[in-house]
Design a protein around this ligand. Structure first.
Ligand code: SF4
Length: 381
C-alpha cells in the first residue's frame, strides 16, 4: 500500500484555521493546490514564514495582477503535440500534466488550470519527430512530473527513445525525491527500468528540484542514493524564490548539502514573471547578490551552477554586476547567431526580466575596441 497520500483540497489541511482557509480558498480555486502528506509534515506550522509552507500553501498575494501565463513563450516551441524543440540539440517531451505537489511559483501553472492541454499522454508524434531529426542528441522528459506516470509507462517511453541511435542523453525533470521519495524507495520496477536504460554509453540524467535544505530528509537522501546506484546521473536545479531560499545562508546550506550527497547544483533560475508569482519574485539584482553571497560560503564543487533566466530568446546567464552595469550572456540561444553573445545593460535594481533592461548602446567602452576581441555591448535583437 502506498505510504504517501496526495492532498488536493485545502480543507484537508487541519493546521489551517477556518479564517486562513476562507482567505486562501479563492487562491486555490484560481491556481491549483496539491501536496503530499509526506511533504506537509515537513512544515513547521508554528512559523507563518516556513519555507516549505511557502512552496506549496497558497498565498493571498498570488491574486495580485502580475506577469504572463506563459512567461517564457513556450507556446512558440511546439513542433508536434507534446513536443517542444527550441535549441538544436534538445527536445522536450511533455508527457504528464501532474506533479507530486504544485509549487506555488511554478512557471507552468497553466498546465494545472482548466483548459491546460499542452501535455500529451501519447508521445508517439513527439518521438517520431525526434527520430527524424538527427541533430537532437538530448531529450528531456518533463511536464508536470514524469515520475508520476506508472513505471510501465516510463519504461515504454524510455525503450522507444533508446531505439533512436542519435539520442544520447535522456533527462527526466522531477521533484519527486523532494515531494514523495517513496516513489523511488518503494518502486523497484522504476529503479530497475532506470538502471536498464541508463547505460555505460548513454546515461539517464535525473534533474531533481530541491529548493531548501529541509527537503533533503533522510528518506530523500536514500532515494537519491538509490537513483545514483542505478547508474543515473543526478543534478539539481531550482529557482531562487523570495521567502524560500533568497537568504544566502539558506542557499549556501542547500548547495553544501547537495554537494555532500553528490547531487551538484546545475542551474539556479531567475523566477519567471508568471501570473500569480508576484509574492515569490526577486529582482535580477537581488537574485544575483543572494547567489554570489552564498557562493562565498561553499566549496568549488558546490557552486558550479549557473544563474540563468529562461527567456523566450534563450537561456541568459547573469555573469556580473557593477555599480552601473549588469553583464549577461546567452548560454543557449534560439537564434544561433546569439549563441554565447555577451551583453551589457544599465543597472536596474527593479528589473525582473531581460525585457525590463535597457542595453548600453554604442560606442562600446574603449577597453572593448582596443582589445583583441570586440564586444558588442547591446541587448537581444
Ligand atoms: S515540480 Fe516543477 S512543474 Fe511541478 S509544480 Fe513544481 S515547478 Fe511546476
Amino acid at each position: 500500500m502506498a505510504r504517501v497520500r496526495y492532498v488536493t483540497k485545502l480543507e484537508q489541511i487541519k493546521q489551517l484555521s477556518d479564517s486562513e482557509y476562507r482567505r486562501l480558498k479563492p487562491v486555490a480555486d484560481k491556481y491549483a493546490f496539491r501536496a503530499s502528506d509526506y511533504y506537509l509534515k515537513l512544515i513547521d506550522w508554528s512559523n507563518p514564514d516556513d519555507p516549505i509552507r511557502r512552496i506549496v500553501i497558497p498565498h493571498i498575494d498570488e491574486l495580485r495582477e502580475f506577469g504572463d501565463l506563459d512567461a517564457s513563450g513556450e507556446q512558440t516551441n511546439y513542433v508536434a503535440p507534446g513536443c517542444q524543440h527550441k535549441y538544436p540539440h534538445t527536445a522536450l517531451l511533455l508527457c504528464n500534466e501532474v506533479c507530486g505537489a504544485y509549487c506555488r511559483f511554478c512557471f507552468r501553472k497553466r498546465f494545472f488550470m482548466p483548459g491546460g492541454n499542452e501535455t500529451e499522454r501519447d508521445v508517439a508524434p513527439g518521438i517520431n519527430y525526434i527520430r527524424k531529426t538527427p541533430q537532437i542528441t538530448n531529450v528531456l522528459l518533463t511536464g508536470g512530473d514524469p515520475l508520476m506516470l506508472s513505471s510501465r509507462r516510463i519504461e515504454a517511453i524510455l525503450s522507444q527513445l533508446r531505439s533512436i541511435p542519435h539520442v544520447g542523453i535522456i533527462r527526466i525533470g522531477t521533484k519527486m525525491p523532494a515531494f514523495n521519495p517513496y516513489r523511488i524507495i518503494d518502486h523497484p520496477q522504476l529503479t530497475a527500468t532506470l538502471s536498464r536504460y541508463s547505460t555505460r554509453e548513454k546515461r539517464i540524467y535525473l534533474m531533481v528540484h530541491f529548493s531548501v535544505p529541509q527537503e533533503l530528509t533522510d528518506r530523500a537522501m536514500l532515494a537519491l542514493d538509490m537513483l545514483m546506484k542505478c547508474g543515473v546521473v543526478v543534478a539539481n536545479q531550482s529557482p531562487i524564490i523570495r521567502g524560500v531560499n533568497d537568504d544566502p545562508d539558506v542557499l549556501a546550506e542547500l548547495m553544501r548539502k547537495l554537494s555532500f550527497v553528490g547531487v551538484p547544483p546545475y542551474y539556479f533560475f531567475q523566477c519567471r514573471p508568471t501570473v500569480g508569482n508576484e509574492p515569490y519574485e526577486l529582482s535580477l539584482v537581488e537574485t544575483y547578490q543572494a547567489l554570489e553571497e552564498a557562493k562565498k560560503q561553499v566549496s568549488g564543487l558546490a557552486k558550479r551552477a549557473r544563474l540563468v533566466m529562461s527567456h523566450e530568446t534563450g537561456k541568459v546567464e547573469m555573469v556580473g554586476l557593477s555599480n552601473e552595469h549588469m553583464y549577461l550572456r546567452y548560454h543557449r540561444a534560439r537564434d544561433p547567431k546569439n549563441e554565447g553573445r555577451f551583453m551589457i545593460f544599465h543597472r536596474d535594481d527593479e528589473a525582473y526580466w531581460l525585457d525590463d533592461l535597457i542595453p548600453v548602446q554604442y560606442p562600446p567602452h574603449p577597453v572593448h575596441t582596443h582589445g583583441h576581441r570586440e564586444h558588442h555591448a547591446i541587448g537581444p535583437e
